[in-house]
Each structure stands twice: as structure tokens, then as C-alpha cells.
Design a protein around this ligand. Sequence first.
Ligand code: HEC
Length: 153
Amino acid sequence: MAKSIFWLLMTIALSVASGCATPPKSGKGFTLPEGDAEAGKQNYISFRCNACHKIEGIDQIAAEGEEPELSIALGGEVTRIETYGELVTSIINPSHRLAKGYPVEAVSVDGQSRMTVYNDVMTVTELTDLIAFVQSRYKLLEYEITDYPMYGP
Ligand code: HEC
């Protein structure tokens, strides 16, 4: 009996040590290609992010049909975005976690973020450029790029 418990514990210890503990839905290993911050700045303006956001160096424009008006700060050290993953998520899945520090009813309707969903209009390159730009305005925790070896001929 004691022996089988020993082996059970050994199996658990080994699977934890060999990395089986990473849940399948973990974001570990998720890596987007590097973006171009200068192009991202242009995208920020052409996608009219500045209708609802203020960011250092870009004037906010009047939002059409947005009542009440929105002025969510991006960048700096004051906001709550801490990691690259959170930043990407806040753009492609805005309702996943609403920006902190604003009344819920000001930033969302029925639990859904008032942020425009761009997933069907933005290319991945536009997204990565945009992220490179917005990221340059945040002080994020260090982002570790997953280094995949190249295979093939
Ligand atoms: C129609 C208004 C609107 C537009 C346009 C808009 N957003 Fe947002 N955005 C919001 C609102 C409201 C929030 C706060 C609720 C939330 O976290 O989703 C938000 C939150 C964010 C956050 C998270 C901020 C935080 O502190 O958690 C980021 C990053 C962001 N937006 C980036 C962008 C970018 C980049 C664009 C342009 C591609 C954009 N937004 C366009 C309304 C908008």
C-alpha cells in the first residue's frame, strides 16, 4: 500500500517536473512577430483609436456618436496594463478584462466593452505594428520572446 502511494507521488512529481503542469490553455509560447512602432502610430490614427483614447503625443479627436464621450488613457505608468499579453488581449478581446479605474457603466454596456472590435478589419501586421506603438508608451514587464528553432530545408 505504502509502495503504491510512493509511486503515485513519484508520478505526480515527475509530470510536474516535465512540464505537464502547464495547462493546455496557457498563453505560454504565444509569440507575435515584432511590429514597427512608426507604422503603428499611423494605424492608431487611421483606426481612430484617438476618438476614445488619449495617449502622449497624439491629439484626441471628437468621437462621433459616442455618448458619453470616452477618454481612456493609454500608456504611462499609471494604467494597469502590466504585460505584453494583457496589452494584446485588451485590443483583440476588449471585454475580457475591462480597464481599471473607470466606472463600469462608463466603459461598458451589458458587460461588453464599448471599445470597437477590430478583429474583422485589422490585419495581423497592422495589429503587431499598433501594439509596438502602444507598447512603447507603456512601462511593461519584460516580455520574453519564445525562441522557436527553424526547421525545414
Ligand atoms: C469607441 C471607442 C473606442 C475606440 C475607437 C478604441 N477603444 Fe480602446 N478602449 C475603449 C474603452 C471604453 C476601453 C475601456 C474598457 C476596456 O478595457 O475594454 C478601452 C480599452 C483599451 C485598452 C486597455 C486599457 C487599460 O488600461 O486596460 C487598450 C490598450 C486599448 N483600448 C487600445 C485601443 C486601440 C489600440 C484602439 C485603436 C485600434 C482602440 N483602443 C480604439 C474604447 C475604444
